[in-house]
Design a protein around this ligand. Structure first.
Ligand SMILES: [Zn+2]
Length: 69
């Protein structure tokens, strides 16, 4: 079950708008919706991939291929 990590968002005072990028097509005022690894505009449908930044769940539990050798 994948749960969204809300704690990743940084809310410094009132600068919440910083996490939302405006749509390059619609211009300033129209913000892109934040998704897991991309943003999308709900108005024109524009979408872009987020720059590789931070939370990439690379940690994979390695299971022993030979249990009880
Ligand atoms: Zn747009």
């Amino acid at each position: 079950m994948a749960k969204a990590r809300v704690g990743l968002y940084q809310t410094k005072g009132e600068t919440l708008e910083r996490t939302h990028q405006s749509c390059p097509k619609c211009g300033p005022g129209i913000f892109l919706a934040e998704h897991g690894n991309r943003r999308s505009c709900g108005k024109c449908g524009y979408s872009e991939a987020k720059a590789a930044g931070s939370s990439a769940p690379k940690a994979k539990p390695v299971k022993p291929s030979k249990p009880g050798a």
